[in-house]
Design a protein around this ligand. Structure first.
Ligand SMILES: Nc1ncnc2c1ncn2[C@@H]1O[C@H](COP(=O)(O)OP(=O)(O)OP(=O)(O)O)[C@@H](O)[C@H]1O
Length: 259
């Protein structure tokens, strides 16, 4: 396997709540290699978002060790090791698309000319060249989500963390964005961590599929995909794809049986 970018060893995270402790993650062991596209799938509450947030230093594990690009998550955050894409695009309505992409770059102190060059490049990457001057409300939901991906790409992090970025979109738009994301991943070689509820989406996009189960949140299965990197949408009708989707479904069912 390629060099490890994210290494989790026995990661646990227990939230103390008024109703008692919630074991959001227990003994999570996972290595994500450079250039991997790793999807996290599992029922609601199995800790997918929590795990992504611990990688991004938005939550602190209560046990175990986690390294991101060989650093602690906090150090990786300061080194801008990753871009983070949330479920909702979260664009500021009073800023243009270019202005939204520019904002983190302004905060990080990039020069005006550098910002302009980066904005043009990432708009092109997500197929929004020519839309930089529009306001978010002038774009469809799918285009807004592409703009939020562009914003996460603009400072050139090697890692992209995506928490159900297409969950709120209709199926046709989602298909197109899945194709676009796969093309972007092949072009840039980024390492991607992707949370989803959809088996076909996980199978279509990933090099590895991590199946999780709740109470306590844990990994029950890691499946390496035999599918080639070039994946036209109709690969979903192939026997290999269907067999892989079946394996993921079985993994989810087995995890559920442990409850
Ligand atoms: N800040 C918090 N305080 C207390 N409990 C929390 C907190 N964040 C998450 N949890 C709990 O931790 C568990 C895992 O939550 P998490 O959001 O990671 O699951 P998930 O698999 O991403 O779910 P979903 O698919 O619904 O987004 C859940 O039981 C949730 O209620």
């Amino acid at each position: 396997m390629s060099a490890a970018v994210i290494e989790a060893r026995k990661i646990s995270l227990t939230f103390q709540t008024a109703d008692g402790p919630v074991h959001a993650l227990k003994d999570v062991d996972l290595t994500i290699g450079k250039g991997d596209f790793v999807s996290f799938i599992g029922p609601s509450g199995c800790g997918k978002t929590t795990f992504l947030r611990t990688i991004a230093a938005l939550e602190t594990p209560t046990g175990g060790e986690l390294s991101v690009n060989g650093m602690t998550p906090d150090a990786a955050q300061r080194a801008r090791a990753y871009g983070y894409v949330f479920q909702a695009p979260g664009l500021y309505p009073w800023r243009t698309i270019s202005g939204n992409i520019s904002l983190p770059l302004e905060i990080m102190g990039f020069s005006r000319s550098d910002r302009q060059e980066r904005i043009a490049r990432v708009l092109d990457l997500v197929d929004l060249a020519g839309f930089g001057g529009k306001f978010p409300w002038q774009l469809s939901g799918g285009m807004q989500q592409r703009a939020s991906i562009a914003r996460a790409l603009a400072f050139d992090a090697d890692i992209l963390l995506m928490d159900e970025p297409f969950g709120a979109l209709d199926e046709i738009v989602r298909d197109r964005l899945n194709e676009a994301l796969l093309t972007l991943w092949r072009k840039t070689g980024k390492t991607i961590g992707f949370v989803t509820h959809s088996i076909p989406e996980a199978v279509y996009l990933s090099t590895r599929i991590v199946v999780m189960s709740p109470r306590p949140g844990r990994i029950t299965k890691v499946i390496d995909s035999p599918l080639p990197p070039e994946r036209p949408l109709d690969i979903r009708d192939s026997p290999e794809f269907i067999a892989l989707a079946h394996e993921v479904r079985e993994g989810l069912r087995e995890g559920h049986g442990d409850d």
